[in-house]
Design a protein around this ligand. Structure first.
Ligand code: NAD
Ligand code: IPM
Ligand code: MN
Length: 356
């Protein structure tokens, strides 16, 4: 079982090391790790954020453990050379169209959410975000507009096939959860969303046992803070899913807690090939200080073991260990506590020992 480890920039390597300590503690046989350069680090070393050897390494593995990319020293580079192109390039080249971002309240953290505790404690949702289409991957450019001013443009588009396959992922996920899909769009304004909504309704006919409702994205943002417990599976496009998942993370307590899986159709000998990463970025404001919360990366490792390596029991052990550490009051600085990355990681490791 080969895991490509792409730690990237900023806090990416800090939280990825923490996840690797947890992997090490599991003592799993037959795991091979292979490190690769991505992001600003790869740009500085190789002149490109996603060098061909890194893409090849990713392709030849069973799963990818990804940290984060983003480097303020690269902010003025052409878009194709920016660190963010590494993650976008991997998602697109590897066909990872389905991004799963679970957000559920952790017992003991309710009072740390900016929402009232009784509202925060009801959160248990899964954002199913389409990941290889939308305005992210449409044509884009700059033209000269009226008055000789520069105009930037990005085309937003979704084909029925793209919507259909992500809708199936959402309906299947809802089948093993509370049986409800909320599709988020902007069908009152966007043609993209009209096709999105019509296609989701068509796919829903194959899942009569799943309840489907539709909500405009502005209302969804409002409902997410007003009454997040109404959401089970939130099915949405690339841009809306990016925004709503950061919002969901704050509702739960912190972005330092949210993991993700990016999956496609390729199967490996052990499960589904995928890339696993925290939903947060490289956090340049705290990078290098050893303060980042590693939970999102550790929980991403759990998702990797579950989806790509078929190790449900080990994934469950990691999630339980994180839950126990948080329940005992060990809190990262993003949660108002004083546990640095190392302290939080050690707390998870010692809880792991208590779980058979
Ligand atoms: P960010 O997620 O990096 O940080 C937002 C805020 O959350 C910051 O204040 C940061 O300190 C805090 N934060 C994030 N993760 C944390 C953690 N684990 N523990 C404690 N605090 C944490 O978002 P940003 O500041 O908008 O972006 C920074 C860079 O990261 C940009 O270059 C952006 O493009 C990139 N980015 C990359 C990814 C990715 O690699 N998938 C995701 C998001 C952003
Ligand atoms: C994420 C990030 C990325 C996205 C950026 C870095 C391209 O924000 O993974 O959520 O927008 O998808
Ligand atoms: Mn994001």
């Amino acid at each position: 079982m080969k895991i490509a480890v792409l730690a990237g920039d900023g806090i990416g390597p800090e939280v990825t090391s923490a996840a690797l300590c947890v992997l090490d503690a599991l003592n799993l046989p037959d795991i091979e790790l292979a490190q690769g350069d991505v992001g600003g680090l790869a740009y500085h070393r190789h002149g490109h954020p996603l060098p061909p050897e890194t893409l090849e390494l990713a392709r030849s593995s069973d799963a990818i453990l990804f940290g984060a990319v983003g480097d303020p020293t690269c902010d003025n580079l052409a878009r194709d050379l920016r660190p963010e192109q590494a993650i976008l390039g991997l998602r697109s080249a590897l066909g990872l169209f389905a991004n799963l971002r679970p957000a559920a309240g952790w017992p003991g953290l309710e009072s740390l959410s900016p929402l009232r505790p009784e509202i925060a404690s009801g959160i248990d949702l899964l954002v199913v975000r389409e990941l290889t289409g939308d305005v992210y991957f449409g044509d884009k450019g700059e033209r000269i507009g009226e008055n000789c001013e520069r105009v930037g443009w990005d085309a937003m588009a979704y084909g029925e096939g793209e919507v259909r396959r992500i809708a199936h992922v959402a309906f299947r996920a809802a089948g093993s959860r509370r049986g409800k899909v909320t599709s988020v769009d902007k069908a009152n304004v966007l043609e993209t969303s009209r096709i999105w909504r019509e296609t989701v309704i068509e796919v829903a006919r194959e899942y009569p046992e799943i309840a489907l409702d539709h909500i405009y994205v502005d209302n969804a943002a409002m409902q997410m803070v007003r009454e997040p417990s109404q959401f089970d599976v939130v099915l949405t496009g690339n841009l809306f899913g990016d925004i709503l998942s950061d919002q969901a993370s704050a509702c739960v307590g912190s972005i330092g807690l949210l993991a993700s899986a990016s999956l496609g159709e390729r199967q490996t000998d052990y499960g589904t090939f995928g890339l696993y990463e925290p939903i947060h970025g490289s956090a340049p404001d705290i990078a290098g200080q050893g303060r980042a919360n590693p939970c999102a990366a550790i929980l991403s490792l759990a998702m990797l073991l579950r989806h790509s390596l078929g190790m449900e029991a080990e994934a469950g052990r990691i999630e339980q260990a994180v839950g126990q550490a948080l329940a005992k009051g060990v809190r990262g600085m993003d949660l108002g506590g004083n546990a640095d990355t190392e302290t939080m990681t050690k707390a998870v490791l010692s809880e792991l020992l208590t779980i058979s």
